[in-house]
Design a protein around this ligand. Structure first.
Ligand code: SAH
Length: 367
């Protein structure tokens, strides 16, 4: 089938259960068809409508004519010495994103991208340097699990998903929520809400909205304990400063039983890693049920930042720990294939012209 014909078909991977129910009702079918279809696609791995024998012949004929089940394609696979796998995944219009699978003893975590590039400009993140092209649609987000699980086959199972790949998931709100709903749907991937984590740089209104529509674990990329420093590292902080962010975190934690917020904090040598920073962080987090995840900075070409030395990271952790904050140091995985946090770049046809602006700034030694 030619590309143009294919793209006119309705891709059923673009719907979560609610969307599928509405789709079937519009066709004059009963809403339970959604469950039947989800089962065929995600549990039986059947993509051929003809084989979906519990659907009526006429419905099958309709689906064959108008619909498709089309996941994005894995273009390249790299396997790191520690078993971490990175896939470069082809999206339409020449864009590529990266998806990472991290095997551990008792679980397998898939790190999923939500956008091609990122519209934010966090100064320590290589995805940010790429600029931004577009939001991924639902099929392209859930499709990352779909193709990853197919590729892993019986070698490993995806037990956890973190929306920590390329992009800011809460700036692609509807698609990210629909995809996360599918991840947790019993007839799809059936992951528990504690095993699906959305990571955000702190898009406050979207965090509040999420509370009403989706029950997942939340990680917040904090990285600094004061507005002054956070404005530099995570510039979206100028729009949503710490007081507002902490209020949204408190509200999110309060809305579910035993909920806490995981705060991610990248360790940058001489920037945010002093004892004073640790003390300020303790004060900031004192009113939010928190866990802190310290991330050793992963370097990428053309960055001026360096990772804090490990003894300082350990001291920072101990200071937080002694104040009663559960604090872990994230184990860097997949470094030898550039699959670690902040190293995902894919191929972004930048529409924001950010990469050009950055090159000009660098030429003028401004950063
Ligand atoms: N935009 C979302 C999702 C990205 S998650 C967010 O900001 O939360 C990726 C995590 O890795 C974020 O906490 C991000 O701040 C962090 N990160 C980015 N660049 C990094 C780098 N070079 N080294 C270590 N962590 C980095």
């Amino acid at each position: 089938m030619s590309e143009s014909v294919k793209s006119e078909l309705i891709n059923l991977l673009d719907f979560d259960r609610k969307g599928l129910q509405a789709f079937f009702v519009e066709l004059g079918e009963k809403p339970f068809r959604a469950t039947q279809l989800l089962k065929w696609i995600y549990q039986e791995g059947v993509e051929d409508f003809q084989q979906m024998t519990n659907l009526s012949k006429s419905l099958r004929a309709y689906l064959i004519e108008h619909c498709t089940i089309q996941a994005p394609e894995i273009l390249l696979e790299k396997i790191a010495s520690d078993g971490t796998r990175k896939w470069v995944i082809q999206m339409s219009c020449g864009n590529r994103v990266e998806t990472v699978f991290i095997p551990e003893e008792n679980r397998g975590t898939l790190c999923v991208s939500s956008q091609v590039g990122c519209a934010l400009a966090c100064t320590f993140c290589s995805t940010a340097q790429q600029g931004f092209n577009r939001n991924l649609n639902v099929s392209e987000i859930i499709g990352q699990l779909y193709v990853a699980q197919q590729r892993l086959a019986d070698d490993a199972k995806i037990t956890n998903v973190v929306m920590m790949g390329m992009g800011e998931p809460l700036l692609n709100f509807d698609n990210a929520v629909a995809a996360m709903n599918l991840m947790m749907d019993d007839f799809c991937f059936g992951l528990s809400k504690r095993r699906v984590t959305v990571s955000t740089s702190g898009i406050v209104p979207a965090m509040n909205r999420l509370n009403d529509v989706c029950d997942v674990s939340m990680a917040v990329s904090l990285h600094a304990p004061t507005d002054e420093l956070r404005n530099q590292l995570v510039p979206i902080n100028e729009k949503y400063p710490l007081a507002d962010l902490m209020e949204a975190c408190r509200a999110y934690a309060k809305a579910g039983p035993r909920r806490h917020i995981t705060f991610e904090y990248v360790m940058l040598d001489g920037i945010n890693d002093s004892r004073q920073d640790a003390k300020a962080l303790i004060r900031l987090l004192s009113h939010v049920p928190s866990k802190v995840n310290l991330i050793p900075f992963n370097p990428f070409p053309q960055t001026n930042y360096q990772c804090s030395p490990m003894p300082r990271i350990i001291e920072f952790r101990d200071t937080l720990h002694n104040a009663g904050l559960v604090t872990t140091i994230r184990k860097t995985r997949g470094e030898d294939i550039d699959a670690a946090c902040g190293q995902l770049v894919g191929q972004v046809k930048d529409k924001s012209r950010r990469h050009i602006k950055l090159q000009q700034m660098r030429a003028g030694n401004a950063i």
